[in-house]
Design a protein around this ligand. Structure first.
Ligand code: AHR
Length: 618
């Protein structure tokens, strides 16, 4: 809650701007004011977002919401944010018109108050929480659906896109094209840009069909354009074109109704996140712990069949007696690192505190043992299964068994590589790709050189999600800096002792080849610490002769940084227990869960190690 004075400024603003005042409350009796800066208030999807925000805000008598409408103009939205800030709002929710153009003003806001980004992100990390869909995934699901629809015979597809340059346009298109590309008999014969608008889609498609003739499927990036396309075909008397959209909004003109009436073959729900924005904004204002950095919302396929079967939305939960104790089966990877020990401790403590019965299995780094543990949870009929997969592959069969048994699977820390994403319910953990990018960004910035930089990479467990993604993220950043070269990549299995042994071998090989190592990127701190010991035994000064960056942010890494032996640790937060237990309880209470919750994390260079160490919890 902020000082009283700004309320004086907020009140005129409440009158000036189109405001939401949940009825029946005294307009001056509020503790919090949230400013909501909308890119526009004309598209149906955004109107739905506003309505969800209002509906959720109505549950808080002490909250006022102030909306601004930028009418698709970047300069106007920048001005809107300034107006909201100067009126003394406590928190900003913003759905940016353009990610790049809005980034500076969002950074400015973030330095003053918490900022929740809706739908579109910004450049960098200057925000409190991002809530939105995974547009590439939605596009992929649409592509898979169209592939199934056309079958082996294949056919011709026209894609109708939203406004050029807007991030969902590219992501949805890339996801769609990736999904249809294996089928050689499907061809995208036309691409139309209709700016998200129904009437423009109708006019443009009508002209296209007159010129080029009939197609088999129209994939429109939103339902409004899908409806425009359908009208165009109808007016030209062309029957049998199947139209697929995205948004799946409720209400009389929404996508769900369009599917029910047969106007569209299918749509994919794209939640606005309006409700979640208010729920989390209130948690942020109440200084609750464990606020994620990113929350990715679930998408569902809407067809006549899914509507009829009632399969839309969250699956039905069993009715539980009030004294039912929730049983959670958790299969841990092992005890390979200090990070893992902290993770195990967090899960056990949080389960105890939440009153959840935890069946805990240590898989001792053996994928077969972990799969067997999951099978034993199914046999035991636990309420929920969770695990941190040692490796990404090999999960399909056992997850099918869990699904057949009606037991939901929550992935913790690491993901699985399965085609059918309905085999798991939710994921919570870090963005490993980003951790790899962050390590590379730090290194490039630290070395600041155009001279050749020889990098040794100590990989985590081969085939594990962090090993795969940290490598990808790191290499992605190096692409633009060809003087940075990875000369050796070896796995240290995330273990300190293995990190040390592997580094010894690498040093021997480098000497034999007459090669010099300038930097080390270790996929975790434990391996870096092992490698530091190996370097010292070799007479190399770690942190001085070799720049070292690793991932995790464990206490030992901070001690090594203070001693000048490690240069930077990129945080990977293992304290996932409270989030996991909250998700378990929410699920059992019938609440819908986001598809992914990404933890908030930082980057700690040696310069801040001494100040930060006392506050480290693991
Ligand atoms: O999956 C997270 C990784 O697993 C941590 O970075 C590493 O230390 C661990 O054991």
């Amino acid at each position: 809650m902020r000082a009283r004075l700004p309320r004086l400024l907020v009140l005129p603003l409440l009158v000036l701007l189109a405001t939401c005042r949940p009825s029946g409350h005294d307009a001056t009796a509020f503790d919090y004011v949230i400013g909501v800066s909308m890119a526009n208030l004309t598209e149906p999807w955004r109107i739905n977002m506003r309505d969800e925000i209002n509906a959720e805000a109505a549950h808080h008598a002490n909250l006022r919401i102030v909306f601004t409408d930028a009418a698709d103009s970047n300069s106007r939205q920048i001005q809107d944010v300034h107006t909201l800030l100067s009126s003394g709002i406590d928190l900003l929710i913003i759905s940016p018109n353009d990610s790049e153009a809005l980034s500076p003003v969002i950074t400015e806001a973030y330095h003053r108050i918490p900022v929740v980004l809706l739908d579109r992100s910004v450049i960098g990390f200057d925000y409190t929480l991002f809530i939105g869909p995974d547009n590439r995934l939605i596009g992929k699901q649409a592509g898979e659906y169209v592939t199934g629809l056309l079958g082996e015979k294949g056919g011709k597809v026209v894609e109708i896109m939203g406004r050029s340059g807007s991030p969902p346009v590219l992501d949805r298109s890339v996801g769609f094209r990736d999904a249809i590309s294996p089928s050689r008999s499907i061809t995208i014969v036309g691409t139309i840009v209709a700016d998200w608008l129904r009437d423009k889609a109708e006019d443009e498609l009508s002209a296209w069909l007159k010129r080029y003739g009939r197609v088999d499927v129209i994939f429109a990036q939103n339902d409004a354009m899908a409806e425009g396309a359908r009208r165009a075909a109808e007016k030209l008397g062309i029957n049998g074109i199947r139209v697929v959209g995205i948004d799946g909004l409720p209400g009389p003109d929404g996508g769900i109704e369009l599917v029910r009436s047969g106007a569209l073959s299918a749509t994919f729900t794209c939640p606005t996140g309006g409700k979640e924005a208010i729920i989390y904004a209130m948690d942020i204002l109440h200084h609750e712990e464990g606020i994620p950095k990113k929350m990715i919302l679930r998408t569902s396929l809407v067809t006549e069949k899914t509507i009829e079967s009632g399969a839309l939305g969250a699956p039905a939960r069993p009715r539980l007696s009030p004294d039912h104790r929730i049983v959670l089966g958790f299969a841990q990877t092992g005890a390979e690192s200090n990070w893992r020990l902290a993770n195990t401790d967090s899960i056990k403590t949080a389960a105890r505190q939440a009153g959840i019965d935890l069946v805990f299995v240590d898989s001792e780094g053996q994928p077969e043992k972990q799969i067997a543990a999951v099978r034993s949870f199914i046999a035991r009929k636990v309420d929920i299964i969770s695990f941190s997969p040692i490796v990404e592959s090999g999960w399909e069969p056992v997850l099918r068994e869990a699904k057949a048994a009606g037991i939901p699977v929550f992935l913790s820390d690491r993901t699985v590589d399965v085609k059918d994403e309905s085999l798991w319910t939710t994921f919570m953990g870090s963005d490993f790709l980003e951790e790899g990018r962050r390590a590379a960004r730090w290194l490039i910035n630290y070395m600041k050189t155009d001279a050749p930089v020889n990098i040794v990479e100590l990989l985590g467990t081969i085939g594990s999600a962090p090993e795969i993604d940290r490598t990808l993220g790191f290499k992605e950043m190096l692409k633009e800096h060809p003087n940075y070269r990875i000369i050796v990549s070896e796995s240290g299995n995330f273990e300190r002792s293995t990190g040390r042994e592997v580094m010894q071998q690498i040093l021997q090989e480098l000497v034999a080849k007459g090669q010099k190592m300038d930097a080390l990127f270790a996929h975790n701190d434990d391996m870096a610490i092992g490698a530091i010991a190996a370097m010292e035994a070799w007479g190399i000064r770690p942190g001085k002769d070799v720049a070292i960056v690793s991932v995790d942010g464990i206490r030992d890494a901070f001690t090594a940084m203070i001693a000048g032996k490690l240069n930077c640790s990129v945080e990977c937060n293992p304290l996932l227990g409270p989030q996991l237990m909250k998700a378990v309880k929410d699920y059992m209470a019938g609440k819908d869960l986001p598809v992914r919750l990404i933890t908030s994390e930082g980057v700690y260079p040696a310069a801040v190690a001494r100040t930060v160490l006392p506050s480290r919890k693991y």
